[in-house]
Design a protein around this ligand. Structure first.
Ligand code: FES
Ligand SMILES: [Fe+2]
Length: 378
């Protein structure tokens, strides 16, 4: 008896997974309201009273640093009549968080400090009226929040993914010392595509030779579409003659302190589910944050991180420009696909070629199916 050979192709998710509001809402409930979600970097909230506001699932979440230096997260919703406490994307609240509607005031640890006309309510217990807390944890300077009742340790969630990408060599990741880096540049992109189309794109390089001429000039392995599926734990080497990951390829910036010879002139990229993409490079680190807005709309924040001395002493424009080009090329490609997710041609999905199957078809879809409780059924 002969065994049938494995199928050459695997399917993508059916088209409606990229277009239906019902699927989008289910993702917000089953993924973004249950799992750890990347919110910001600790450096984005550098001092007491500073805050960042993020959307997580259906909730509006405030990340704020207290007078004790501790970062905390709360629902950004006044306990009185539900006003949004901080409408700006980021900023400074000062000594307390004051509601703009009737002026209830909360301490930076979330407890209720005062409310106008409190003497008529003095029988109430202020301890019951603090802001609703949200779980927050930091991982090497990356701040993640979770709306789950009892989330698992954040480190377990992230190391499982980093181990898969880096061959379980944790020191390799730690050498980049993400917590010590600061943003030298940030660009916000609005992308007319479903968040999963963007992440699928970031997890395959079958397209690199076609749409990323500058990238494949820098990393020739990305041009080689005959290579095996899956990640290369040792990263991807720069081309001969390319001293850095930049448009000119010249080594303009000092290397990150702490890296070893093995890290020189190498690139590691990885999705940290559900909404982060990390790029490790010899002289900088790039962090993408994906924010699903609608089935066909995602905002992407991209930050280029460097040691403070590099930002203070060097022009980082040449370095920033390379991945900015890659971003624009990727986002244009995903926007070209999005309208056709509704086509009858895509009703049962598209095709994953062998090169795309290990990371998207198994690693990413297995997680998605489990998170959405789909079983094998799509
Ligand atoms: S809604 Fe905030 S004080 Fe009334
Ligand atoms: Fe790409």
């Amino acid at each position: 008896m002969t065994t049938a050979p494995p199928p050459v192709f695997l399917p993508t998710l059916p088209g409606r997974y990229y277009t239906d509001q019902d699927v989008f809402d289910a993702e917000q409930r089953s993924i973004f309201s249950r799992q750890w979600v990347y919110a910001c970097r600790a450096q984005d909230v550098p001092a007491p009273g500073r805050f960042v506001r993020v959307t997580v699932g259906a909730e509006n979440v405030l990340v704020v640093r207290g007078h004790d230096g501790v970062l905390r997260a709360f629902l950004n919703v006044c306990r009185h009549r539900g006003a949004t406490l901080c409408a700006a994307e980021s900023g400074e609240v000062g000594r307390s968080i004051r509601c703009p509607y009737h002026a209830w005031s909360y301490r930076l640890d979330g407890s209720l400090r005062s409310a106008p006309n409190w003497s008529t309510m003095a029988a109430a217990d202020k301890a019951d009226l603090g802001l609703n807390p949200v779980h927050l944890a930091e991982f090497h300077g990356l701040v993640w929040v979770s709306l789950a009742d009892r989330p698992p340790p954040l480190a377990d969630h992230l190391w499982a993914q980093l181990d898969y990408r880096l061959g379980a060599d944790r020191a390799k990741f730690e050498r980049y010392r993400l917590a010590d880096l600061v943003a030298g540049h940030r660009t916000d992109y609005t992308v007319a595509a479903n968040w999963k189309i963007i992440q699928e794109n970031f997890q395959e390089c079958y397209h690199c030779a076609t749409i990323h001429p500058e990238l494949v000039d820098t990393i020739p392995q990305f041009r080689d579409i005959s290579r095996l599926p899956g990640y290369v734990a040792d990263g991807y080497a720069f081309a001969d003659g390319k001293a850095s990951f930049s448009v000119t390829g010249q080594a303009l910036l000092p290397p990150l302190p702490g890296l070893t010879e093995a890290d020189e002139r190498r690139y590691y990229g990885m999705v940290l589910r559900p909404n982060c993409f990390l790029s490790l490079l010899p002289d900088h680190v790039i962090v993408h944050r994906f924010q699903p807005v609608a089935p066909d709309l995602t905002t992407v924040t991209c930050e280029w991180l460097f040691p403070p001395e590099t930002v203070a002493g060097y022009d980082v424009a040449d370095t920033v420009e390379l991945f900015h080009l890659v971003n624009e090329q990727d986002f244009a490609a995903t926007e070209a696909c999005q309208p056709n997710m509704k086509s009858r041609s895509y009703a049962r999905g598209g095709i994953l070629v062998p090169l795309e199957q290990e990371i998207i078809g198994r690693w990413y879809y297995d997680w998605y199916r489990a998170a959405m409780d789909l079983g094998e059924h799509l």
